[in-house]
Design a protein around this ligand. Structure first.
Ligand code: ADP
Length: 460
């Protein structure tokens, strides 16, 4: 565990060395209901402010986050183990992205639309839904939270925010900084584990924005169904990387390694399964092996470190179980060792000779594993990539752009990169197909999910 709950306190532990980072109070059932009530009351005024008034209030808080990105980044790193520079980078980038892009995106999304027919004039308004519960995980605790908090608040909703129990202190500071420019009660943070999240989504709220596991997403959706509430859910994936025989080998190998190991592989859009065409498989695997050996796991405070520990020993055990299953079914595993030291460390692993029936190729692996399967053709790679119920991201690697585009068009995923990662240009949604997401974050259409639509018509 890298947290523990004792006497209504959540004690956050550092997964690099098991020491205490700090503690926050856990909400009890009445605390959850009180937070929702506070949000409901605050919404009466907040929802009536103009967009520009709300944007100004939120910008103030975002600037505080930029100014204190070092402190916030240090907490991210201490609570979930990512290298310090990456924690600071996440905090600074996410708040700046909010200021530079997300506010402008929301402005476009929320401006009323005018329709006319003869003398009839109709205005389509995008109005607040009410109280939104924002529930997020620990792997990018600032980025994923802001991506939900910013559109929810700009649309005139008030928010009760429950950060992950693994990154409660990060969530607490994030919420306090963001709230500095907001009227009281517009953003309330509550802490606790899944039971507190459950109490929140079963309270009288109007919408949920959630990032986390598929099972939790399903439970949240069931709770919202009882209230006829919408939910925006992002629930992870099993992203495939298709490496065709004519791929630029060095670029593909580099992406395979960084995409599999970044954030210790604890990324919903990490490279989870690599399908490589046989003619280049030997060379590809050899180059990946070399690059993996150079990938530096170490103290998160050390500047040269590329990868810290996993978030918890529970998480590590899930990865070890997948590696053991793969080994038992005939895969060769290099690395994937547990060093003799405190914390939840796991060295990077390369799995070759893997096949479809292994858990490693079926279920999400939240760990530093590079899994490579050889295939006879691009068609076989595509078939395997599409065989799972997940569909978040994916990448296609080939120097024949026509072929790569034809495969990308048939790849059942929400975000696809050709000869690069899957991140889109500014304004792109963060979206999955199939069972990876319901709704999505980002983009003009994404912001509108945080609103209800009201038309007002009159003759002029
Ligand atoms: P992860 O393994 O990525 O942490 P989870 O789905 O377990 O994914 O957790 C994501 C977030 O959902 C966390 O903030 C967690 O506390 C919360 N959560 C867990 N169970 C529930 C539930 N039944 N209802 C609402 N939120 C929950």
């Amino acid at each position: 565990m890298s947290f523990r709950i004792e006497d209504q306190s959540l004690i956050s532990l550092n997964p690099a060395n098991d020491t205490e980072v700090g503690r926050v109070p856990v909400a009890d059932a009445s605390g959850v209901l009180a937070a929702v009530k506070t949000a409901r009351t605050a919404g009466l005024e907040w929802s009536l402010l103009s967009f520009e008034q709300r944007a100004e209030a939120l910008s103030y808080g975002l600037r505080q986050i930029v100014a204190r990105a070092d402190e916030l980044g240090r907490l991210i790193s201490a609570e979930m183990g990512k290298p310090l520079a990456q924690g600071v980078g996440e905090a600074a980038y996410s708040a700046q992205h909010g200021l530079d892009d997300l506010i402008a995106e929301a402005r476009k999304a929320l401006v009323p639309e005018m329709l006319s027919e003869g003398k009839l004039r109709t205005t389509v308004h995008y109005v607040a839904r009410g109280v939104v519960a924002v529930i997020t995980p620990w792997n990018f605790p600032v980025n994923l939270s802001l991506n939900a908090l910013i559109p929810a608040l700009l649309a005139g909703n008030t928010v009760v925010y429950k950060p992950s129990e693994y990154t409660a202190l990060t969530g607490d500071l994030l919420a306090r900084l963001l709230a500095t420019g907001l009227p009281d009660g517009v953003l309330t943070v509550i802490h606790g584990a899944g039971d507190v999240g459950k109490a929140l989504v079963e309270a009288e709220i109007d919408m949920v924005a959630f990032v986390g596991s598929q099972l939790t997403g399903q439970r949240i959706l069931e709770a919202q169904a009882r209230q006829f509430n919408p939910a925006v859910l992002e629930m992870g994936g099993k992203d495939a990387m298709l490496v065709l025989a004519d791929a630029e080998l060095e670029a593909a190998a580099r992406y395979a390694v960084s995409g599999s190991l970044r954030n210790s592989g604890q990324v919903c859009v990490s490279v989870e399964r690599i399908y490589v065409e046989e003619p280049i498989a030997d060379k590809f695997e050899n180059r990946v092996r070399e690059l993996m050996q150079d990938f530096k796991m170490g103290d998160p405070n050390d500047e040269a470190t590329q990868m810290g520990p996993l978030v918890s020993v529970v998480q590590r055990q899930k990865v070890l179980d997948q590696l053991a299953d793969a080994r038992a079914k005939g895969a060769t595993i290099e690395g994937g060792e547990v060093p003799q030291r405190a914390g939840s460390w796991l060295t990077p692993a390369l799995a070759t000779g893997v096949s479809d029936e292994m858990a490693l190729m079926q279920d999400e692996t939240f760990g530093p594993v590079i899994a490579i399967q050889r295939v006879k053709s691009a068609a076989e790679a595509l078939e395997k990539a599409n065989a799972l119920p997940y569909g978040l991201g994916g990448t296609v690697w080939s120097q024949d752009t026509n072929k790569a585009n034809a495969i990308a068009a048939r790849l059942e995923a929400g975000m696809i990169g050709i000869n690069r990662g899957l991140g889109g240009a500014s304004g792109s949604p963060f979206v999955g197909n199939k069972k990876s997401t319901l709704g999505f974050f980002g983009s003009v259409a994404g912001v509108r999910q945080f609103t209800q639509i009201r038309t007002i018509s009159q003759e002029v």
